[in-house]
Design a protein around this ligand. Sequence first.
Ligand code: IPD
Ligand code: CA
Ligand code: CA
Length: 254
Amino acid sequence: MTISLNTLENIVRKAGDIALTHFKDLQNLEISQKSPRDFVTAADVAVEKFLKTTLFEHYPQYGFWGEESGKTENQSQRWIVDPIDGTHSFAKGQYFWSISVALEIEGQLIFGAVFAPALNDYYCAKKGDGAFKNGKKITVSGETDLGNAMIATGFACLRAYLEDNNLERFGRIAQRTTGQRRFGSAAMDLCLVADGQVDAFWEQELNLYDVAGGALIVLEAGGTLTDFKGNPGIFPKQILATNGGILDALLTLM
Ligand code: IPD
Ligand code: CA
Ligand code: CA
């Protein structure tokens, strides 16, 4: 069966319904720690189980890599899934969390979908066909002055107890920009760059499942994806997404 963005949206929205069922019953939400500062809940597990089963029913030719259940045998043509990106925010009853789904074929991202059920915002992209939010085409911002820019970041590196923990970098950049945000879902951070709501996002120590869906959406919205030195590509351990207009100025501060 060929994949349509509509079919994918129906599946991801059903996953969102499962997440919201748990979100509306947080007092009974089972939560555990995978490692210090890293949580998993019954909602993460339930959403991933639904997506793994349903995507296989529709598209048995593809493998699967999910944050909570790991990798199936076929990893050359695979779905890459973060069932709930922003689990800590989810568990605290905040609205900024998302479901991230991407299809990667022979190393190329073909489909990306990031859904924020509590906000009812659905972002998606198909390679070569543009990026969309709730069915409307989106593009990155036109901001070219770093001094006027709003940037977003995250601190996965703190969880990894890295020496380069992003705090000095954040301080340098915060002093030279107008707005700074830490939303709590890397997948959504990337969609906000694609939608022009922020002008750039960077983070270290992520995983491909955090960023695969949002990365394609950024690229299809006309944004840039590089590492902190400006090398083009998707580098989950050192990802920098921008609107293009502030890339060079930002690289001097990374
Ligand atoms: C987390 C979010 C957060 C980022 C963390 C990630 P998770 O994903 O993307 O924004 O800063 O590093 O782990 O763990 O909630 O799926
Ligand atoms: Ca994640
Ligand atoms: Ca997750």
